[in-house]
Each structure stands twice: as C-alpha cells, then as structure tokens.
Design a protein around this ligand. Structure first.
Ligand code: TYM
Length: 330
C-alpha cells in the first residue's frame, strides 16, 4: 500500500482542470491506498484574501470535493491550517531551500510578473510549503496536473538534499501520479493555455447546464480545416483535449475523422456534444454540492476527524526529523 497526498488552494470554485488533473485520480486511489487530501489554506494567503472570503472558499472547496466522491471513511481529509506540525517542518526545510532556485521557479516568476507590488516571502517559499505538505506524510504519489510538475521536482530535490545532508534515507522521493498516461493539462476555452481560476476561462463543476452550453458555444474556433490531414491549431486541439476526457473514444474518433477528411461546418455539432458530455459529468456533482455546503455539522466532523488523523501522521514525521537534525530531549 502506498501513501498518496493531494491538495488544492481554496481560491475559487473547482473547475474541470482540477477535476481531471488531480481529483479523478485521487478518487480511484482512495480505494486502495493510504490517502491524504487537504485544503491548502495557508497557500492561498500569498494573495491576501479577505478573511470572510477565505472561510467561504474553504467551505466551498471542501463541499465540492466531498460532492465529487472524496470519502472521509477512506481518505484523511483535513485543512492545512489545522495541522501546526506543517508550519514547523516548513521552517526546518526552509533552511535547505536556496534563494537562487526559488527565484527561478516558473510559478514564482509568473506571479511576480502579474503582481509586482506583492512579491512576498510566502510567495517565494511557496514550493517549500508544498514540499512540506508532501513530505510530512512521506507520500509516495502525488496526483496533480501538469502545472505542478516543477513543484514536485523541487520536493524531490529537498527530500534528497535532506537525506544526503544528514546521512539518512528518511524521506521518500515522491512522484507525480496519474492513471494510465502522462500528466494532463486541461486547456481553457479561450484558445489560451490551461484552464485556471486566475485565467477566467473555466467551466466550473457548479455551473448550471445553461451556463456550460453558453461557455462551450463561445469557445474559440475558425472556419474549419483548410485541407484534409492538416495539423489542428492549438485552440481546436484544446476542444479535442476536453472531448477526450468527457466523451467516449468513439465520439473522439468521429470528430477526428471529420477534421482529417477536411470537412467544414461541424463545429456546432462538436460543441453541442462537448457541452452535453460535460453536463453529464457535472450534474450529479452539482446537485450534491449545495446539500453538503450547508451542512455545518458534517463539515465540522469531517475536518475534526481529518485533523486528528493528519496530526498523528505529521507528528510522527516531525519527531523523527527533529531527532535527525539534532533536536533532542534532555
Ligand atoms: P491548485 O489549487 O492550483 O490546483 C489543484 C489541482 O488541480 C490541478 N489543475 C489542473 N490540472 C490539469 N489541467 C488544469 N487546467 C489544471 N488546473 C489545476 C493542479 O495541478 C492541482 O493538482 N500548489 C497546489 C496546491 C498544493 C498541493 C500541495 C498539491 C499545495 N500543496 C501538495 C499537491 C500536493 C495548487 O496550487 O493547486
């Protein structure tokens, strides 16, 4: 049995990228492995969220994950801020994280460029906190989307560096994980890169069918292939990428064939199918979200039980690490 861990920042509602990048793999893994799932509320502080909004966002994300099928009987579900052991290990690991490598991180450079007036120390050491989340349970697998690949690489570096420095083989080197194929990136509908909360190009799990239809209808397309068997431009490839995860292989083959024969005037049909299939995936989830979101007693129980289990596991790691680093009882 392996240890699996994944997390999400509570900065908005869950979108299809979160679902197919991370969650769907985690749902399968909770059946057979020791799984931890947490809400990365400390991570969301880099953008200074309004305290009321933060609490609501944590509630939303938690309810949405539970609605997707995350099971507190099978996985340990907790809030990062309920586990103070993470803060201590973060402090210890920070001593082994160097400025040069942190400054080179793609996510840091991107955020610093987007928000030049808020380049805080938390943003710089974001990958160290993320590494701590993973190493505190000594996870083997981390189901994440492609955008987190570099953070996982850094986590392996820190684990390796720690082991080497103290002459131990304590931390495992965690790997990003996705069933069956490579790490996935769900694109936005606007022809740009990834679907993302800050990109404003998302289909959310709570979107009503009408909203989904409207968003898909508005996706960027063109007049159709210019000749048979030409490569698809990125924005058309994007639609196929989403089709591949929500539809059947037959449907994908059908539209691929239309593209390759060079026919035109079928984008409307493709979009209709895409919207229908997305709606089929999201409808049962959307229907459960509201019930769970308003059930304070349930959310309290899930997070309390989860925190207890997470602290037990985290506490063990921290005791070992303190000992290895030379903090000993008299
Ligand atoms: P976050 O909150 O941005 O996203 C949560 C998860 O969703 C995946 N994801 C995507 N996958 C495919 N296509 C997309 N368009 C897409 N958008 C988001 C992300 O890869 C991620 O798996 N730093 C993390 C949160 C975190 C974490 C951790 C994750 C903190 N500590 C420890 C795993 C382990 C983040 O910002 O994810």
């Amino acid at each position: 049995m392996k240890t699996v861990l994944s997390g999400i920042r509570p900065t908005g509602n869950l979108h299809l990228g979160n679902y197919y990048g991370a969650l769907i793999n985690f749902l399968k893994m909770q059946e057979e492995h020791k799984c931890f799932f947490f809400v990365a509320d400390w991570h969301s502080l880099t953008t200074h969220p309004d305290p009321k909004m933060l609490h609501e966002n944590v509630r939303n994300v938690l309810a949405e994950y539970l609605a997707c099928g995350l099971d507190p009987e099978k996985a340990t579900i907790y809030l990062q801020s309920d586990v103070p052991e993470i803060a201590e290990l973060y402090l210890l690991l920070n001593m082994h994280a160097y400025l040069g490598e942190l400054e080179k991180t793609v996510s840091f450079k991107e955020k610093a460029r987007q928000n030049p007036n808020n380049v805080n120390a938390g943003l710089l050491t974001y990958p160290v906190l993320m590494a701590t989340d993973i190493l505190i349970h000594n996870a083997d697998y981390v189901p994440v989307g492609k955008d987190q690949e570099q953070h996982l690489e850094m986590t392996r570096n820190y684990a390796n560096r720690f082991n080497h420095k103290y002459g131990v083989e304590y931390f495992k080197l965690p790997t990003p994980f996705i069933y069956g194929h490579e790490l996935i990136k769900i694109p936005g509908l606007d022809g740009s890169g990834k679907m993302g909360k800050s990109e404003g190009n998302c289909i959310y799990l709570i979107d009503e069918p009408k909203t989904i239809e409207k968003k898909v209808k508005g996706a960027l397309t063109d007049n159709g292939p210019e000749a048979p068997n030409t490569p698809k431009p990125d924005y058309i490839e994007n639609l196929f990428t989403i089709l591949k995860v929500v539809s059947t292989p037959e449907a994908v083959a059908y539209y691929d064939n239309l593209w390759n024969t060079g026919e035109t005037k079928w984008y409307g049909k493709l979009k209709k199918q895409l919207a229908e299939d997305i709606i089929q995936v999201t409808t049962p989830i959307r229907e459960r979200i509201n019930d769970i979101k308003n059930d304070d007693a349930y959310l309290r129980k899930v997070t309390r039980d989860g925190a207890e289990k997470a602290r037990e596991s985290a506490g063990k790691t921290l005791r070992d690490v303190r000992e290895i680093m030379g903090f000993k009882m008299f």
